[in-house]
Structure formats: structure tokens, C-alpha cells
Design a protein around this ligand. Structure first.
Ligand code: NAD
Length: 270
């Protein structure tokens, strides 16, 4: 943990944060002094205990610890405005939006159904666009600029065969990041993305809990292991902080080297 609290007095909203990467980001932001709002859908593990844990983290770092959690589906067109209103009513302002909610399911290029495809795009890409629109309006309604961080993926740039909708959504998040960064830089608003590779979360339960399958996945990662959500959370804290004050429009790959063309670790051509 850094010695000086970088997010003291900031209010951060993290979508899809009842577990996995979002949850780790919420905990890291609480430890660095932020007031944290998390949203999720249908996650019954969200309870008083979840918020109490965030409060305990804040208190042990010497902060008041004002946190909030509620259900809001980012794919619901009405949810973005309502979520922002609720945050501002509770905390008076929002400083940092983290568009983290994302889902994936197989969508082979020649065999996908419209409903599944649309849901993946709607949650993973359109949800981020709608939440950003609401946050941008708020950021410009008061002094101080603002900060948006999208949870992208190495599949922003590496194709994921069999997962066309997810690849398209993450590719789109890259353009969302760069376009909004350029459009709103003059308003003091920074927009960046964090692109993880393989992270041990429920999304990856199929291989993360199976030692043989996990070893096969990890063999592809130049650093040799799948990340913990906590390793990814620190990158969000950096981008949200003044340490990153001159960074906008960037996707920061936190992927253990996956984007370095690992198959070329040893030369196999001329
Ligand atoms: P996860 O499945 O563990 O958690 C997903 C969270 O999103 C949950 O809190 C869930 O309630 C919430 N959620 C799902 N649909 C939602 C919706 N419509 N509205 C609001 N909340 C919703 O996921 P994770 O592995 O922590 O992934 C989080 C983000 O990181 C996703 O955008 C994912 O694409 C991205 N990512 C994950 C990995 C990885 O290896 N786990 C790698 C790269 C990128």
C-alpha cells in the first residue's frame, strides 16, 4: 500500500463490483481514502458484511469510510442516469467512474444468436457508454474535471476466436476510451482503460479451480501466472490518482506480458 493516500476525499463509482476485479478495486480505493459506490446485478453475496468490510478497510487506514452498494443493470438504458442521481444525492458529487461490468459467453462467428450477442454488447460496451454519458454531464456541471476508467481486456487488441461479441465489445471499449479522452480533455476529464489478461475470478472458474487447466492457461503467460484481482486493482488506483494526471486516452495492459506475442519467446522463424 502506498504511504500517502492518493484518493482521499474522492467519490468513486465502480460498476459490477460485488466480486472479482471490481470488488478488489473497491477495496483498494477504500484503503486509499475514497468513498466507494458499487453496483452489481443479482448478487446475493452483497450484504451488510460486504459494506462492513469496506468500512473496516477505510477505518484501519484512518478514513471515515462512507460506502454504498446497490443493484443496477448497466444494460438498462434508464439505469445510468438513475445511478448517477443516487450517487450525487448520497455523496454530493462523483469524481471517478469505473466501467467494470462485463460478461462473456461463446459466440462463434458462424453460430451465434441475436439475444446472446446483444446482451454481451449491451452490458460490456453500451453500458460503459451510457454510464460515461451520465458521468460526463455531471463532471461538466461542477468544477474539478473528472476521471473515467474502463475495464478493457487484452482482447481489446488480441482476437478471441469463438467469442466474437466479447472481442467486439472490448475493441469498442478501446475506441470509447480514446474518443472520449480527446473530446473532453479540454474539460479536465481524463479517460483511460485497464486491460487485464487472465485473472483468477469467478468469470474464469472453468480453469482457475482446475490445477491442470490452470497450468495450461498459465503456460501462455510470459510472467508465468494468472493475476490476482488485487494486482489489477493497483493499476486502477494509479490511473485514478494525481500520479496519472498527465495520462489520458490510454489502455494500460496489466496482462503479465500476454500482449508481447508470447509465442515468440524463442525464435521459430529466420
Ligand atoms: P466477475 O464475473 O467475477 O464479476 C462480474 C461483476 O459484474 C459482478 O459483480 C456482477 O454482479 C456484475 N455484473 C454482471 N452483469 C452486470 C450488469 N448487467 N450490470 C451491472 N453489473 C453486472 O467478473 P471479473 O472477472 O471480475 O471481470 C470484471 C471485468 O473485467 C469485466 O469487464 C471483464 O470483461 C474484465 N476482464 C476480466 C478478466 C479476467 O480474467 N477475469 C480479464 C480481462 C478483462
Amino acid at each position: 500500500m502506498p504511504s500517502s493516500p492518493r484518493l482521499q476525499g474522492k467519490t468513486a463509482l465502480i460498476t459490477g463490483a460485488s466480486r472479482g476485479i471490481g470488488r478488489a478495486v473497491a477495496e483498494r480505493f477504500a484503503a486509499e481514502g475514497a468513498d466507494v459506490v458499487i453496483t452489481h446485478i443479482r448478487d446475493h453475496s452483497i450484504s451488510e458484511t460486504f459494506i462492513q468490510n469496506l468500512i473496516n478497510i477505510s477505518h484501519s487506514a484512518g478514513f471515515p469510510g462512507r460506502h454504498l452498494a446497490f443493484e443496477a443493470d448497466v444494460a438498462d438504458p434508464a439505469a445510468a442516469g438513475a445511478t448517477l442521481q443516487r450517487v450525487v444525492a448520497h455523496f454530493g458529487r462523483l469524481d471517478c467512474l469505473i466501467n467494470n461490468a462485463g460478461i462473456q459467453a461463446p459466440t462463434p462467428g458462424d453460430d451465434w444468436d441475436d439475444a446472446t450477442f446483444a446482451r454481451i454488447i449491451d452490458v460490456t460496451l453500451m453500458g460503459a457508454a451510457r454510464m460515461s454519458r451520465a458521468a460526463l454531464r455531471h463532471f461538466q456541471s461542477r468544477p474539478g474535471g473528472g476521471n473515467i476508467i474502463n475495464t478493457s481486456s487484452v482482447h481489446e487488441i488480441i482476437p478471441k476466436p469463438g467469442f466474437l461479441a466479447y472481442s467486439m465489445a472490448k475493441g469498442g471499449l478501446g475506441n470509447l476510451t480514446r474518443t472520449l479522452a480527446l473530446e473532453f480533455a479540454a474539460s479536465g476529464i481524463r479517460v483511460n482503460a485497464v486491460a487485464p489478461g487472465a485473472v483468477v475470478t469467478d468469470m474464469n472458474a472453468s480453469w482457475a479451480q482446475d490445477p491442470e487447466a490452470r497450468a495450461r492457461v498459465e503456460a501462455h503467460i510470459p510472467l508465468g501466472y494468472a493475476a490476482t484481482p488485487e494486482e489489477i486493482a493497483g493499476v486502477f488506483a494509479f490511473l485514478a490518482s494525481q500520479d496519472a494526471s498527465y495520462i489520458t486516452g490510454q489502455t494500460l495492459h496489466a496482462c503479465g506480458g500476454l500482449t508481447l506475442f508470447g509465442e515468440f519467446r524463442t525464435n521459430w522463424a529466420s
